[in-house]
Ligand binder design. Sequence first.
Ligand code: PLP
Length: 369
Amino acid sequence: MRTYLDHNATTPLRPQARAAMLEALDLGGNPSSIYAEGRAARALVEKARKTLADQLGVIPPMVIFTGVGTEANNLAIKGANVDRIVISAVEHSCVLEAANATGKPVEIVPVTADGVIDLEALEKTLASGQGKALVSLMLANNETGAIQPVRDAAAIAHDHDALIHTDAVQALGKIPVNFGLLGVDLMTLSAHKVGGPQGTGALILRDGIVLEKQIHGGGQELGRRGGTENVAGIAGFAAAAKAACEKESDIKALRDLLESKLQETSPGMTIFSAAVERLPNTTYMALKGLAAQTTLINLDLEGIAVSTGSACSSGKVTGSRVLAEMGVSDALRACALRISFGWTSSEADIEKFIETWQQLVARGNQAAA
Ligand code: PLP
């Protein structure tokens, strides 16, 4: 049996999502058709919209279903009627790339050594530039799990007449996410990070905000995103989000157990962003001298899936951009491994990981001796 410890990459489908998807797939019907089959499909989409809206404390028309989280980020950033874009240095690459693709000025706000946005620098950036800005600040980082002060950033943004978008893809289902309490204008979500299917996302939009649509077609999603709705995907997304948000999570206890065992067995271990508020399911760590790429392959051979958080392009392995922005040395970045838990995780996973990890560390030490 495999030990899957990469829930921040994607989370296995929850049974509730699977059941909702099978029901939708059997239904057939285009939600835009006016006869009975179409009306039944429409009813499923609208029920899902209400379910998702309820989890976030918003009303259903504020929810736009999209193809993926990446598409929702693109819609928010490219569609906003602004003159310039301000993002944190640790945003997901789809936010950075969408911002650069607009051709508008893009200003990057630095993060601290713990991976949290520098709010003073945000304020200064907003105060110094010309024209209306869109701020995009993720709620939780996909690599470190560091939770960003989105509520404070929203207050600063609004003081400067800017719009604020948050990429909450990694936060939903792991920490409480309430759109109104955060005070943002736009929020991105993705189904497959909460145990829904891959290929479904959503953008939540405050009443009164108009975006330039990015996918032209029919008048679906109140004219804000063309294309026949992915009915089964949407039904699965809502069912997964409800299950993820409603269940009291004991994930933090598992994560803390892992970290205490790691500290015990590998005292020199660095855990990134450990000093700040983090997602309860994420450990991003490095043991100097134990190369992450090799460790990942060895763990895979032993039946364990984790991630390095590194990007690999044209055959050249580069360390994490997020860690580089936090000022982590190249040598330590090359050793960074991310472990992320989710609804399928158990103590047995930790035991298996620690046992294998100890063997790999011992082997690494022998090779170095
Ligand atoms: N934003 C963050 C923070 C993510 O971690 C991811 C996925 O890794 C995305 C956006 C993209 O979501 P999707 O895979 O649905 O396109």
